[in-house]
Design a protein around this ligand. Structure first.
Ligand SMILES: Cc1cc2nc3c(=O)[nH]c(=O)nc-3n(C[C@H](O)[C@H](O)[C@H](O)COP(=O)(O)OP(=O)(O)OC[C@H]3O[C@@H](n4cnc5c(N)ncnc54)[C@H](O)[C@@H]3O)c2cc1C
Length: 454
């Protein structure tokens, strides 16, 4: 079918925009946050509700067209270029909170700030990550390593129901009792099994919150890293933290004190009262003279001030590796790769403290492995450099697994297998073969369909 005829055919079925290359608004409809990869599909459909998702997926199934899904574009791993139907969910932002059951229901295009704001009115919070602009569904399907995760686990662990349109165009609800294979696979298997139209998950109470950041000059990188990694061994599960080596470019709107040099940033998210937070962070404050200290009691709705993730679209490659431990020797290795004396060009080299509830199996099993990881290493690099350098240099300290949510850019789609243990990946492949035997959903961290072994 010629593009224009196909566009016309789907446009007749949807109220949302359906556009092909050359149509006005096509580029804006396909654009995403991380510009390192941009979809330029055969056609893009901006769906308005679950019924439109069903119609769009059915159309793709009828015509054998591969499908890409985008909510915000924070995690692109493969671009649809010259082929495929891109389903853009960003108009679907309805959030419903049930304070009695302490659950939230979020539509496909919801971003974390939508849920955090709605839940805060009831003293509750989701297991969101560092950025308010990241999509709830994409984040959660990849596991979801959040600010409160050491206390409450991966976001995927808290999911209670998922409405999904599978590649055959059928709407299904996956729970611990219904479509249990899908429920298992979707929680960790990312966008391989259809288009999620809405997701339901448990919220957690947040009576107090203490957080913010400490910024240190790069010359103290060794002292600060050493203080932080020893400190992580002693803190309670209520304390979430990460440490990042930042090398920010000299450009607006990046704050002047961060530009053009190495700065070490410790981020704190403590689920507890201010005095307890102050007591716990004292050894970090004592590790070196801070340039900026924003640690204080805060409403959880201000969580974006903890990491200060970029709010403007930029192109970057993202890599990750789960670490077994972060002893003295591992810290030395990391300093050699990314410290002040290195020639590292990554704009960010980040370590997130794991353990606690992240290390325990969830009440209902899913496809998130990584329970044995002690730290998650993630790097961000602007295009043009060598994005794998730090992760490869630390590979001997790793669990052998990558965290798929922190893998973005060209050549990352094929790394899906590295996100799982062999048994999990094999089972994901079997479930993929059942729901998407032709791998129509392939513009993602792609799980290759595989026949069940006899
Ligand atoms: C600044 C920043 C901060 C981040 N912080 C964290 C963090 O703290 N913790 C963490 O775990 N991750 C974090 N991430 C990673 C983020 O969770 C992933 O990139 C996630 O995939 C983004 O989802 P999205 O929908 O926003 O992005 P998109 O690029 O729109 O989607 C990414 C992929 O998710 C899948 N997907 C999205 N919506 C659907 C749907 N409705 N149905 C089926 N599949 C779908 C698709 O495969 C799609 O290719 C961060 C990323 C950035 C850029």
């Amino acid at each position: 079918m010629f593009t224009s005829a196909a566009v016309h055919k789907l446009a007749q079925r949807l109220a949302g925009p359906v556009l092909g290359p050359g149509d006005e608004g096509y580029a804006a409809e396909a654009a995403g946050f991380n510009q390192v990869l941009q979809h330029r599909p055969q056609m893009v459909a901006g769906v308005l509700d679950a019924a439109e998702i069903r119609k769009a997926v059915t159309f793709a199934a009828e015509t054998g067209m591969p499908v890409a899904v985008q909510a915000t574009g924070h995690g692109p791993s493969a671009a649809a270029e010259g082929t495929g139907l891109l389903i853009n969910t960003r108009r679907m932002t309805k959030v419903t909170i049930d304070p009695l059951t302490r659950t939230a229901r979020a539509e496909a295009g919801t971003q974390w700030h939508h849920v955090v704001e709605a839940a805060a009115a009831h003293g509750l919070a989701p297991l969101n990550g560092s950025s308010p602009l990241v999509g709830v569904v994409g984040y959660t399907l990849g596991g979801g390593l959040g600010l409160l995760s050491r206390k409450h686990g991966f976001a995927a662990d808290q999911v209670t129901a998922i409405d999904v349109v599978t590649p055959d165009g059928r709407p299904r609800t996956a729970t611990a009792e219904h479509n249990t294979d899908l429920f298992w696979a979707l929680r960790g298997g990312k966008g391989n099994f259809g288009v999620v139209s809405a997701i339901e998950f448990a919220l957690v109470p947040v009576p107090h919150f203490y957080g913010g950041g400490l910024f240190f000059p790069g010359e103290f990188a060794a002292e600060v890293l050493d203080a932080w990694r020893s400190w992580t061994a002693s803190v309670p599960e209520e304390m979430g933290s990460s440490l990042a080596f930042l090398r920010m470019p000299d450009m607006e709107p990046i704050p002047q004190f961060l530009r053009g040099k190495l700065v070490v940033h410790i981020r704190i998210a403590h689920l507890g009262p201010g005095d307890e937070g102050e007591r716990l962070v004292a050894p970090l404050r004592a590790s070196a003279p801070a340039m900026v200290d924003t640690l204080a009691p805060m409403p959880y709705t201000r969580f974006a001030d903890i990491h200060n993730d970029p709010a403007f679209p930029i192109p970057y490659n993202e890599r990750s590796l789960m670490l077994r431990e972060l002893g003295q020797d591992a810290a030395k290795d990391l300093l050699a790769l990314a410290g002040p004396a290195s020639n590292c060009t990554d704009i960010m080299v980040e370590l997130r403290h794991m353990g606690g509830a992240l290390g325990r199996p969830p009440a209902v099993a899913g496809a998130v492995d990584h329970r044995e990881a002690a730290f998650c290493l993630a790097t961000l690099q602007l295009p043009g450099g060598r994005p794998d350098l730090v992760v490869e240099g630390m590979a001997h300290r790793g669990t052998g697994r990558r965290y798929l949510n922190f893998l973005a850019g060209p050549h990352t789609a094929q790394l899906a297998e590295h996100g799982y243990g062999p048994a999990t990946y094999a089972r994901l492949g079997e479930i993929k073969a059942r729901y998407d035997p032709d791998n129509l959903f392939r513009f993602n961290h792609n799980i290759v369909p595989r026949a069940k072994s006899l």
